[in-house]
Design a protein around this ligand. Sequence first.
Ligand SMILES: Nc1nc2c(ncn2[C@@H]2O[C@H](COP(=O)(O)OP(=O)(O)OP(=O)(O)O)[C@@H](O)[C@H]2O)c(=O)[nH]1
Ligand SMILES: [Mg+2]
Length: 220
Amino acid sequence: MQQFAWPSLVGTSHIFTSSTTNADDSFNIAVMGAPMVGKSVLINKFVNGTAPTCYWPTVQERYTKCMDIEGRRAVLDIFDTPGGYCFSYLRDVAIANADAFVLVYSVKDEASFETLTVLRDRILHEKLPDVPITVVGNKTDVPISSRFMSKNRAQSIITTVWQNEYKEISAKDDSNISDIFTTIGSMACTFISNQKRLRAQARRRCSRKHKLLKNICTIS
Ligand SMILES: Nc1nc2c(ncn2[C@@H]2O[C@H](COP(=O)(O)OP(=O)(O)OP(=O)(O)O)[C@@H](O)[C@H]2O)c(=O)[nH]1
Ligand SMILES: [Mg+2]
């Protein structure tokens, strides 16, 4: 697990914290996407059970929530990122510090899907190819005629071509959106354990090579 401090808070930012005592693990989750796709509504519904009453563009906000992941108590440290381009450096900080990503677009806004492809490329450029990513198509409460892409097509691009998890929701109407965070939390947990195991294996291999070289030097 990476140890780091999220950037200091600026502008209209806040920290929203639920009880995080006695947690076994902690995972840093960045929620990213174009402006107005519903990132803040999604996070607030998950953490507080309610949505903000009016739209206010996010600068940066951080939320923590304790939940059971893979049978252990874990803290999700969730970073709500700005959609607007004037804060692109905050998105870079979020990418650098996150263990896993929830990428949100609106099913009625094609440009928000294009933004997601750019963001995803940026994440893959910075992180390992198997970094945990869940893509969320939000605002499914809108009439089907205003969708720019069918659910099947979105599912096929994201799960088959991108090889990422995909979920469609209405952050505004759906009451059960916690499985998005349970899924990304589990993915982060597996990813970090695998990284630890690979690092331990590499260390063991390195130390075996070192011993072998030492023996050869002693004999000769
Ligand atoms: N119809 C509909 N509207 C939604 C839904 N989720 C969010 N909205 C609305 O979309 C607008 C933007 O929501 P936010 O959650 O603030 O969007 P955001 O992605 O955080 O925006 P930025 O902070 O500017 O990046 C608000 O007016 C919300 O009420 C949804 O599922 N359905
Ligand atoms: Mg927001």
